[in-house]
Ligand binder design. Sequence first.
Ligand SMILES: O=C(O)CCC(=O)CC(=O)O
Length: 376
Amino acid sequence: MTNLLNHLSEGPASAPPLLLGPSLGTSYALWDAVAPELSAAHRVIRWDLPGHGGSPADLIGPGATVADLAELVLALADSLGVERFAYAGVSLGGAVGLHLAVHRPERVSSLAVVCSSAHFDGAKPWQERATRVREEGLARLAESADARWFTPGFTVPRLVRDHRDADPEAYAACCDALAAFDLRDRAGEISAPTLLIAGREDPATPPAHLRELADAVPGATLTEIPGASHLAPAERPEAVLTALRAHFDGDAGRGMAVRREVLGDAHVDRAQARQTPFTARFQDFISRYAWGEIWTDETLSRRERSMVTLTALVAHGHYEELAMHVRAARRNGLTADEIGAVLLQTAVYCGVPAANSAFATAQRVLAEEADGPAAG
Ligand SMILES: O=C(O)CCC(=O)CC(=O)O
């Protein structure tokens, strides 16, 4: 029997690690609709609480704390050779992230706290729930899971099943951890870039809890997701994914916006649709560095960058990319005459045959543009 948390790893082993933590009663299936997308640019490692999903129940016992759970997460990371990681967690999983960011800041590069809090409204309700679960098991409590986790009419049967099938003693020990958790007077020490995500309809950790954290954690940003209750990654995965990507992907997120402005949505959508696990890291590299760092640098205007780029593409004979960048140059404000003047200059410095092909390519693109809206 292993003494490690059960986990699922997705994405390239060489990508930056991102750990995903679950909420009480759920399993790593909570991230099913989000993790595969995040794994395009991250080594995603999602874990199960003790006695939940596939984790052994005896990893914790009565009187457990969030610190105990955080130690189990660090042991898992150590076992996978992961020293420093980005971390996102829901509710109890978010509390683990807050604890790590305060007590082990050297391990956490960036933090997202989803439908969670610096405290869970005192010890009493959790002590009562722990007692009840120790006495009667989880079947009856699981009957009310939908109402506690989702907006009316929504459900994820797998998660409700995981709740019912969790080990009652381990579940109760997790309730003990929630009862004792209060990080309010330490939240100001968090130095990792922090994103807070609230489900606007969440009755368990309402948006006010996340706002309280936003006021306490230096530089934290807060996103409220409409139409989401307590398990936002399951109920509104697209919204959670967008927020997490913007937070964790940083330059790549910013770069993607510039890439869309310069190359057009149609082109970027096609490139994204063609993306495979094999090309994902290259796409991410392009968004992060070419678009997120270089094209966003304001030392040169976008018009100037287009002129330099056209010249470089002619010099190396990259005529497919040249066609794309003639369209981009038009978006960046160059006239057809200016593009012609750039290509004429390349005849001097790159050679007449190269400029000859470049004029033919540009002529075709400009003619297409004259015939109708740019194809992107
Ligand atoms: O299952 C619930 O009733 C919500 C429990 C809670 O707020 C802690 C958690 O989800 O981890």
